[in-house]
Design a protein around this ligand. Structure first.
Ligand SMILES: [Fe+2]
Length: 199
């Protein structure tokens, strides 16, 4: 998702933008995003879940976009809207994010295909693991810290929405029951693509 940086993807690979997504789908998603942003401006959690589920409904699994074998988790920014952005992530088996926050942004995600394991972690409390599949969205607030991984052999594809648009992520390690910051990565120099401009 971002050339020359690790950013959102941790050790994500930089690959060419996949072909195979129609311009019609992209235009529709972008138009819908503008409407949703306006209508749901005062309902931030509802905005995140609605946006994620709508994007998941029009986003193909990664293997339908790019037939090349996927060896590392990749990410692409799909949309930049008024006060938010949206991302497509693809996860081979073992692909993970490490424990991270979202730089003060709230967020949500939907799994398009496959299954993702989410480990949420807060200072002073044990981690909690959820398995995510299907298009139903999960949403979280600006203090959320989690790790996500695909432990299955099948490729996983997911869409993620951040509000405001994500600009940095802090990565953590567990230190007893606490979280210790390891590094901050800016989300910049991003390979951007709308659903209708994959090429
Ligand atoms: Fe995250």
């Amino acid at each position: 998702m971002m050339a020359g940086t690790t950013g959102m993807a941790g050790q994500a690979a930089t690959t060419e933008t996949p072909a195979g997504v129609s311009e019609a789908i992209g235009a529709l998603a972008a138009a819908w995003a503008d409407v949703a942003a306006a209508v749901l401006a005062d309902r931030p959690r509802r905005f995140l879940t609605t946006m994620c589920e709508a994007l998941a409904a029009v986003t193909p699994p990664w293997e339908d976009l790019d037939a090349a074998p996927l060896h590392e988790r990749i990410h692409r920014r799909l949309l930049i809207g008024p006060g938010f952005d949206a991302w497509l992530l693809a996860w081979p088996q073992g692909g993970s994010t490490e424990l991270h926050d979202h730089g003060g942004a709230s967020g949500g995600f939907s799994v398009v295909a496959g299954t993702l394991q989410e480990l949420s972690a807060g200072a002073g409390r044990p981690g909690r693991t959820c398995w995510r599949a299907g298009g139903r969205a999960a949403a979280f607030g600006p203090a959320w810290v989690h790790d996500m991984v695909n432990e299955d052999a099948a490729l996983a594809t997911s869409v993620h929405v951040y509000r405001p648009a994500i600009t940095s992520m802090t990565y953590y390690e567990r230190w007893g029951s606490e979280l210790r910051p390891l590094r901050v990565e800016r989300v910049d120099d991003v390979a951007e693509v709308t659903l209708g401009q994959a090429a």
